[in-house]
Ligand binder design. Structure first.
Ligand SMILES: CC(C)(COP(=O)(O)OP(=O)(O)OC[C@H]1O[C@@H](n2cnc3c(N)ncnc32)[C@H](O)[C@@H]1OP(=O)(O)O)[C@@H](O)C(=O)NCCC(=O)NCCS
Length: 169
């Protein structure tokens, strides 16, 4: 029997093409119209905080983190998260999120936001952002704007527009 063991590692520049193909297959051309894309298209994600899942030499999953600010406070935007269809429902998505959050926390980050389904991301500690407290630069269902505190009380007193980190530099 072939040993198809899973490895999770930090994204590298050479993963770009395989991840782009994965995004194209998963989200199609509509991905460019998403509000979160407007934030990500600027300076882009941080490779050391973004992770890929591999089975052998095959890239089968990816999660990316992009530096943002909520008001004046630094945070990270999580996404896209994608797992190749044949490898779904095996916990790989959760493992990718947990690894990215652990690495972000280890590097001193305190807040992660995303646009996604609360029933899924709630398992990793994400909660709904109270309505109006943080806003994305475009239309987003407020029920899908979620935040994860990597330190106790990290979201207390934080509010404002979510924008790329470099814009506020
Ligand atoms: C979402 C996604 C990354 C999950 O990856 P995965 O490796 O299959 O996830 P896991 O194995 O960690 O978790 C699977 C569980 O989450 C559930 N789940 C998957 N997507 C869900 C969603 N959108 N809402 C609620 N639950 C969801 C599955 O039903 C499964 O439940 P079970 O454990 O009770 O069987 C994957 O389905 C995917 O790539 N989807 C298309 C892209 C996408 O929607 N990305 C998220 C938005 S950026």
């Amino acid at each position: 029997m072939t040993d198809l063991s899973l490895t999770i590692r930090a994204e590298t520049a050479s993963d770009a093409l395989a991840i782009e193909r994965l995004h194209e297959r998963t989200f199609g051309p509509g991905r460019y119209a998403k509000t979160a894309y407007r934030i990500r298209e600027g300076q882009g994600h941080t490779l050391e905080l973004s992770f890929t899942a591999h089975v052998g030499t095959l890239l089968i999953g990816s999660v990316r983190l992009t530096p943002v600010r909520i008001g004046e406070v630094k945070a990270l935007l999580l996404g896209p998260l994608t797992v190749q269809p044949p490898f779904r429902d095996r916990g790989i998505g959760q493992v990718l999120i947990e690894r990215a959050l652990a690495e972000a926390k280890a590097k001193g980050h305190r807040l992660v936001v995303l646009v996604g389904d609360e029933p899924y991301y709630g398992k990793c500690g994400f909660k709904r952002v109270p309505r109006g407290r943080a806003t994305m630069p475009g239309p987003v269902d407020p029920a899908r704007l979620l935040v994860c505190e990597l330190g106790e009380g990290a979201f207390e007193g934080v509010s404002g527009p979510i924008r790329p980190e470099w814009e506020g530099a």
